[in-house]
Ligand binder design. Sequence first.
Ligand SMILES: Nc1nc2c(c(=O)[nH]1)N[C@H]1C(S)=C(S)[C@@H](COP(=O)(O)O)O[C@H]1N2
Ligand SMILES: [Mo]
Length: 202
Amino acid sequence: MASAETTDRKRLERAMRDSGRLPPGQSATLKWPVLHVGDVPRFDPKTWDFRVFGLVETPLRLAWDDFSRLPMKEVTADMHCVTRWSRFDVRWEGVPFLEVGKLAEIKPEAKYVMVHADYDFTSNVPLDDLMRPASLFALKHNGEPLPADHGYPLRLVVPHLYAWKSVKWVRGIEFMAHDAPGFWEENGYNMRGDPFRQERFG
Ligand SMILES: Nc1nc2c(c(=O)[nH]1)N[C@H]1C(S)=C(S)[C@@H](COP(=O)(O)O)O[C@H]1N2
Ligand SMILES: [Mo]
């Protein structure tokens, strides 16, 4: 006989498929898997900074005190990993990408962003995807600070793209005129990564 958890998972998966929220080739998970390369970085609020550079009128270097005082909002969204799990109705709270863009005054030539994290992890994302209202720099998950292995103190969330674009331990964004591959993209993953179009590989 199936366990209660298997039954719940199957029920969720069917509901999400029926309502068009389960992308092709994905399975629903009730857990929150941890997925990244390398170690979990240590956070020191005294030395942490967030840099905004490249094609902007006003390059920024924000300390933790400054960043964590920016306007915030809540977004509830689904999360799709290219390794084929999807997690539903995740509640994030953080600073909309649009707020940071407004502060930095993005130049019209900017079309792509390289997202930079601790230990030189990077991912490239088209600017239009980041300018959507649900794209945000999350400080909280379900009302609590992010767990260390899920990106504490700050992670990017771009819910409509595969989750490798939702960079954990984010430390900066670089505005670019032309697209360039980040870490996973260098290794064959897609430059955009729309889960509903199964844009897994390049
Ligand atoms: N800095 C960093 N962020 C990262 C990754 C990584 O390797 N390093 N992996 C990505 C991948 S592949 C996924 S699926 C999600 C997983 O987020 P989670 O561990 O909070 O579930 O983080 C993304 N963000
Ligand atoms: Mo992933």
